[in-house]
Design a protein around this ligand. Structure first.
Ligand code: SF4
Ligand code: SF4
Length: 338
């Protein structure tokens, strides 16, 4: 598999990385098979997080025997130094390793800088050899720019895909200028982009960007392995499909990141807020079951606590969006006589 150098880290990573958030949803055995297959087919970059329940453990179990051949990035959402050290110790144990290649602050509220207890803890972990490089993840453009300009981070992880605007492309170019590794999350726009070929071809135009494809199923993995073997260059048809996607999904749409959870009314927000698009763009029958009807009906139980909108990095008015989606969903059921 083709590789790229991840900015000033000097790490050589496969041009397709493995985003290990979705493997939380599969069994340990299924995850091990998937991760081994990814490795055997040339993927050497695995991104996970302390916050992704047993994802780190699954990577540790699947890949400890090839530790030296792979690059592991994980994240801490610690807000103080004590929790930072707890997270680091747990991650090292789970991953069955004595070092982490890239340790990232996971979407922090404020930028950790020199002198802060969190950044100083990061530096100490690096001095002691527990981590090799310091990274940060964010969903906010302003924040990501500040992180790049600070000179304190070797990698930035930020949402980037073919729906991204010129200002986001400029962030990628800025990282290239400053030799900062750019790790693209949400490369399939949180599951809304069904056409992996377009997403793949778009990112391929940026040789300093490594996407971490969120992979849960073997079919998804196979798709990226095949695309890596035969990368399709961007053509006119793809360009016009991108424009169509941009029109349909621009602005007020949920990226499925899940930062709004938990919801006290138990509404499956990241899916429910995207229901209109899921019905239109994905095989829709699985969303018409009694189980999904009940889940969507929970929207009526929203108590307007504000937790979701307060925590949405895209500043969405989530309760309003949910109500709109419930209306659309019920209209869809009527249209399809269900
Ligand atoms: S405002 Fe409604 S949807 Fe949002 S977290 Fe609270 S109960 Fe859930
Ligand atoms: S509503 Fe916001 S926080 Fe929740 S999943 Fe969507 S984009 Fe993420």
């Amino acid at each position: 598999m083709e590789k790229l150098i991840l900015g000033q880290t000097g790490l050589e990573v496969s041009r397709s990385g493995f985003g290990a958030l979705p493997i939380q949803r599969v069994s340990m055995d299924a995850a091990i098979i998937l991760l081994r297959k990814a490795y055997e087919n040339g993927i050497n970059f695995f991104d996970t997080a302390r916050a992704y329940s047993d994802s780190e453990e699954k990577i540790g179990n699947a890949l400890y025997s090839v530790r030296k051949e792979i690059v592991i990035a994980t994240k801490t959402h610690a807000k103080d130094a004590r929790t930072f050290w707890d997270h680091l110790e747990t991650s090292l144990n789970n991953l069955k390793t004595d070092y982490i290649d890239i340790y990232q602050f996971h979407n922090p509220d404020n930028l950790p800088v020199k002198g802060d207890e969190l950044y100083e803890a990061m530096l100490e972990a690096k001095r002691k050899g527990y981590i090799r490089h310091i990274g940060i993840t964010s969903h906010s453009l302003k924040f990501a720019r500040e992180a790049v300009q600070s000179g304190l981070y070797e990698t930035i992880q930020y949402p980037f895909n073919h729906l991204s605007s010129n200002v986001e492309i400029n962030l990628v170019l800025l990282c290239k200028d400053k030799n900062i590794g750019f790790i693209a999350m949400k490369a399939l726009s949180g599951g809304l982009v069904a056409n992996a070929e377009i997403a793949f071809s778009f990112i391929r135009n940026y040789p300093n960007v490594v996407p971490i494809w969120g992979i849960q199923l073997e079919t998804e993995l196979n798709q990226f392995i095949d695309l890596e073997k035969n990368p399709t260059p961007m053509d006119e048809e793809m360009k016009s499909l991108i424009e169509k996607d941009k029109k349909e999904l621009s602005g007020n749409f949920c990226r499925g990141c899940g930062y709004c959870l938990p919801c006290p009314a138990d509404i499956p927000i990241p899916m429910a807020t995207r229901m209109k698009f899921l019905l239109k763009r994905a095989p829709y029958k699985s969303y018409l079951t009694d189980e999904w009807k009940e889940k969507m009906a929970r929207i009526e139980n929203c108590i307007e606590c504000g937790h979701c909108s307060d925590n949405c990095p895209y500043h969405l008015n989530t309760p309003a969006l949910l109500r709109e989606m419930l209306q659309e969903y019920r209209a869809f059921l009527i249209d399809h006589r269900i």
